[in-house]
Write a protein that binds this ligand. Structure first.
Ligand code: FES
Length: 480
């Protein structure tokens, strides 16, 4: 399932790291966060090296909707109530600065990446009481918010709160242009980081400062990010022949639709479910909703994406752990990875260059927990359930699993996951997640085995698709 960005797109390949090298800064991960960080740090005069476990931009960046906006759902009222007005103001300014930084980079580097300004809106199909509060919170945070009663969408709305001057782009075209300027090694998975040295299977990088920008951080301690966020998935499709819109839209209600234009086509997104707890039929549900809106449109492609969801809705950007003065992290971007990754690039460049940044404490991973978020309890509950599945018996008989279906079976004394492909072949994998041992669940939309605890994913043969796990399942092919 290729995204609209991946279709017909070519990202030049890079060599793997061989041998031992040195740099001022090592960035681990060549998605949009890593590349933005590396680009800004290199421009600041630092020698930067980037190590990527797979290929440039093959992770979350290739599956985003590519919206660049400081309006993140109804975040400002939430931040004002949960933290305070100052936190909301600093969050707003950091993200609006990020939007402008994209515009500057695109103009300065003359990047042909379909970058276009657009208004962004959060709409309500009914009710709409929350929009008023969000409008007030956005204005108080310094954003030039507006309330409207009508939109371009093909259904009536109760209202929408909007922000002008936001943007969208082709994320991989942007990434390719910046990556050309950087020293990047692909197929170079970092196994360990110790005393300023990151080691891969074939080499090492010694750096004064190291930034981990791997979507989900792969080092469990310090930081303990697996206790502080979970991953969620959503579905997106691209339509041709839908009525054109100029703005970007997202429903304030859980499970509602999102819309954004892309060169005459339309991206429609929907749903959000915890990784490992896929309810199934996510594509058919999205297709049904899109058909209601645009009965004559034609589907070009559909795909799923995965996001790291921090418990208090603010990304973790700063020192990896309380005492790691030269090891940094950028993660937990929620569904707003484009603006958040640039916030990370700006904050971490300032930090490494010794420049103070007014938003550093807001995004600091060492910030104090606030009351009112039940994410930790939910995450712990899911983890306990993930382990508890160990004691549940296998549910299926191998011969009862039909082509295109999966089940949990007992095979030669072991409890395994089994998928029968369309030709009748059986694919067996261990169901124990290599990260911390939770039991994987079947994802029928993506045909993958997903972990409900922290979101690692594996294909039908056990090959690692998404971390924080760093290895394939025992029956998978060799790890990358
Ligand atoms: Fe942590 Fe599976 S991702 S146990």
């Amino acid at each position: 399932m290729q995204s609209i960005w991946e279709k017909g797109f070519d990202m030049p390949g890079r060599d793997a790291l061989r041998g031992d090298i040195e740099a001022d800064v090592l960035v681990v991960g060549a998605g949009i966060a890593g590349v933005n960080c590396a680009y800004r740090m290199q421009r600041a005069g630092l020698k930067v090296v980037v190590l990527e476990a797979e290929r440039v931009g093959t992770g979350a960046t290739s599956r985003t909707t590519g919206k660049i906006t400081a309006q993140h759902g109804l975040i400002y009222d939430l931040l004002t109530r949960s933290f305070d007005a100052r936190t909301a103001e600093l969050y707003a300014r950091a993200n609006q600065n990020a939007v402008e930084e994209y515009a500057e980079i695109v103009a300065r580097e003359k990047i042909d990446c379909d970058f276009a300004r657009a208004d962004n809106f959060v709409f309500a199909r009914e009710g709409g009481e929350l929009l008023e509060a969000e409008f007030e919170a956005m204005r108080a945070a310094g954003l030039d918010a507006k309330l409207v009663e009508k939109t371009e969408l093909p259904f009536p709305v109760a209202g929408a709160v909007g922000l002008s001057g936001q943007a969208h782009f082709h994320p991989l075209k942007y990434l390719r242009a910046l990556a050309e300027k950087l020293e990047i090694y692909e197929h170079s998975r970092v196994r360990t980081i110790e005393d300023g040295v990151a080691r891969t299977d074939a080499g090492s990088v010694r750096a004064r400062d190291i930034v981990v920008a791997t979507h989900f951080p792969f080092i469990n301690a310090p930081g303990y990010y697996f206790l502080r966020m979970h991953q969620e998935r959503s579905a997106v499709m691209t339509l041709e022949g839908a009525s054109e819109i100029r703005g970007m839209y997202i429903d304030e209600a859980d499970g509602g639709l999102s819309f954004r234009p892309q060169r005459g086509a339309l991206l429609v997104g929907s749903g959000s479910w915890r990784t490992g707890k896929n309810p199934g039929n996510q594509f058919s549900e999205l297709r049904r909703k899109a058909k209601e809106c645009y009965p004559d449109a034609r589907e070009i492609c559909a795909w799923t994406s995965q996001d790291c969801m921090p418990q208090d809705h603010i990304p973790y950007i700063g020192k990896y752990g309380g005492s790691t003065e030269h090891l940094f992290v950028a993660t937990g971007f929620g569904k707003w990875g484009m603006s958040s990754s640039m916030v990370a690039a700006m904050l971490l460049t300032d930090r490494i260059m010794g420049v103070s940044n007014e938003a550093a404490d807001v995004f600091s991973p060492q910030r104090s927990p606030v009351h009112g978020f039940d994410g930790l309890a939910d995450d712990v509950k899911e983890t306990v359930k993930g382990f508890a599945k160990y004691i549940m018996p296998p549910k299926d008989m191998l011969e009862d699993i039909r082509p295109g279906e999966a089940g949990t079976v007992e095979y030669e004394g072991q409890k395994l996951g089994a998928y029968r492909d369309e030709r009748g072949g059986i694919h067996l994998v261990s169901l124990s997640c290599p990260h911390l041992g939770c039991i994987l669940g079947w994802n029928p939309d993506d045909l993958s085995w997903d972990c409900p605890c922290h979101g690692s994913r594996f294909d039908i043969d056990g090959t690692l698709l998404d971390g924080p796990a760093q290895r394939n399942l025992p029956d998978g092919e060799d790890e990358t």
